[in-house]
Design a protein around this ligand. Structure first.
Ligand code: KG4
Ligand code: ZN
Length: 346
């Protein structure tokens, strides 16, 4: 059974993990605080921070797992999708290790890894299952037949769910990434106080850009209208006071709308496919409203629901390691010519 060292560097987290016999022994994550002041990830700074973090992070993952490099059977890395400069740091590091140690290389798709994070710990879903993958860059419903066969059956046509959280937070004057802060303030708020519209998108696809626009107008009108109305136009001072006085209710209402958009499509997908093992994955699956909503919706429809542990929801190398474990078993190795790619093709 394989011992795998996995590296994830697709965006702004540098992470390394050791997985032996399909068990995660370490999962080390270095966050990059440098982006906070810019209100979003700055690709150039992310690549530089990966360069600084990667050696200590890999070292810490090996030490925590009590594992020596010589005993590793394969080196895995995130090949795509992500920021190209960030991906290249992890890929080059993994390739160098593979070459120096003469060990096979495994290239992993970041979005498939988010889905397979659900296989890290018990209880695990049975195949086939559905996974709603919701992150800063993606919103997908994935039909998962086996660790090797997955199909995207619904996805966003504009913003991702994480972006919807982060962009809404920005409009409220909250720092990046705003998703966790909306979650925090929403806990004290009334989700029924403000009613944001649900987009009417056919099939299993999602759209979040209309929500962002209605929040913008809602704030410009100091809560009096969801559409642009000049007669309600608030001054910057009135807008600021309105947000300050109603922050918890605004956050709870925005969160409620994003969560219902996600769960309504997931319910439709479950009905259409007849599948009852339902998972969520990706950074937004850390959202407490979504976690609670999934549980409630699952109870109502007789689903078995699965959510990875918090540390396996946001970007992490353990999900790359578990995916690589299955790839190793299938003999699916990459060679040194494996190209990193910013794009998300499966
Ligand atoms: O999967 P992830 O760590 O990175 C990407 O691959 O994008 O997801 C990051 C996203 C960000 O948009 C962040 O705001 C969102 O996940 N997020 C949350 C929460 N925790 C992270 N959104 C809402 N509520 C949370 N608790
Ligand atoms: Zn991700």
């Amino acid at each position: 059974m394989p011992s795998i060292l996995a590296i994830e560097s697709s965006c702004d987290e540098t992470s390394a993990s050791v997985c032996i016999d399909g068990k995660i022994l370490s999962n080390f994550i270095a966050n990059q605080k440098v982006h906070e002041q810019y209100g979003g990830v700055v690709p150039e700074l992310a690549s530089r921070a990966h360069m600084q973090n990667i050696v200590p992070v890999v070292d810490a993952a090996l030490k925590t797992a009590n594992c020596k490099l010589e005993t590793i059977d394969a080196i895995a890395f995130t090949r795509s999708p992500g920021l190209i400069g960030s991906l290249l740091v992890g890929a080059q590091f993994a390739k160098s290790l593979s070459l120096a140690l003469n060990k096979p290389l495994i290239a992993v798709h970041h979005m498939q890894a988010h889905v397979l994070a659900n296989l890290i710990a018990d209880p695990r879903p049975d195949f086939p299952f559905l996974c709603l993958t919701v992150s800063g860059g993606h919103t997908q419903i994935v039909f998962c037949e086996s660790p090797y066969e997955m199909k995207v059956i619904g996805e966003t046509i504009d913003d991702a769910a994480g972006e919807a959280f982060d962009k809404s937070a920005k409009l409220l004057g909250l720092p990046y990434p705003g998703g966790p802060l909306i979650d925090k303030y929403a806990k004290q708020g009334d989700p029924g106080r403000f009613k944001f519209p649900e987009p009417q998108i056919p099939g299993l696809d999602f759209s979040f850009s209309g929500l962002k626009t209605s929040i913008l107008y809602f704030l410009q009108n100091a809560g009096k209208s969801l559409v642009y109305k000049e007669e309600f136009m608030a001054t910057e001072e009135e807008k600021k006071n309105f947000i300050e006085n109603n922050l918890a209710d605004i956050c709870a209402s925005i969160q409620q709308r994003i969560v219902t958009i996600l769960l309504n499509k997931l319910t439709k997908a479950a009905k259409e496919t007849g599948i009852t093992d339902i998972c969520i994955a990706g950074g937004v699956s850390a959202n407490s409203g979504l976690r609670k909503g999934l549980e409630e919706t699952g109870k109502k429809h007789g689903w078995r629901t699965f959510i990875p542990a918090f540390e396996y929801c946001t970007d992490n190398a353990a999900m790359i390691a578990i995916t690589a474990h299955y790839k190793y078993l299938a003999g699916d190795f990459a060679d040194l010519s494996a190209n990193s790619s910013a794009r998300a093709e499966w």
